[in-house]
Design a binder for this molecule. Sequence first.
Ligand SMILES: [Zn+2]
Length: 233
Amino acid sequence: MIQMSSLLKDALHLFYPHQCISCGDDVLPFDKMICNYCFENLPRTQFSSLSENSIDRIFYGRLNLKAAHSEFYFSKGQLIQSLIHQLKYNGNKEVGVYLGQLMGQSLLMNNRFKEIDFIVPVPMFRQKEIKRGYNQADIIAQGVADAMQIPVAKDLIQRIQFTSTQTKKDRTERWDNVKNTFMIKNEQLFKNKSVLLIDDVITTGATLESCGETILQIPGAILSIATLAYAIV
Ligand SMILES: [Zn+2]
């Protein structure tokens, strides 16, 4: 492919300013979404290398996991919240792929996440996905898959019943609310496979637990979990 001359790039920049999606700084190369300053200040957890991190602990006694991880701390009013908001509500899929790639790069550097056969995004309810046009977990999974070079197994798990909104409920109620709402559509494919389940934000882990439990009913299935962000509750 012919490289764009720097003159042409400058001209394009003049007409289509390419800004940092966080601070608005416009001195970015075309292939970057955030500037170096904002990149350095992303609230990374560094959890991928820790075998008893906060995410592993969320699932102690609840799910038998090989490894668990969240890439960023989620805090209100901070950059990561605005990036995830752009992904979920402003149709900005690029930001989801980008953040997924960053997480995939972290996971790649760690032995705990070796030998994964499939990346599986937590499915949304069909009606909700149709309304939004996409499932944000699919988009993040795409980025993770790019970085790790592992296939995404989409549409193999289905979310099968509608539940009311999960906010303002305690952990037990939430759990009852989402229990058994997932169904494997192709069990044969997951037999004796290692699956990395992906979601956007983890809070209590109720949805991931329900989905993970369904996957672990498959004979020989090995489960790991990674979410983009961790919201401390
Ligand atoms: Zn910036």
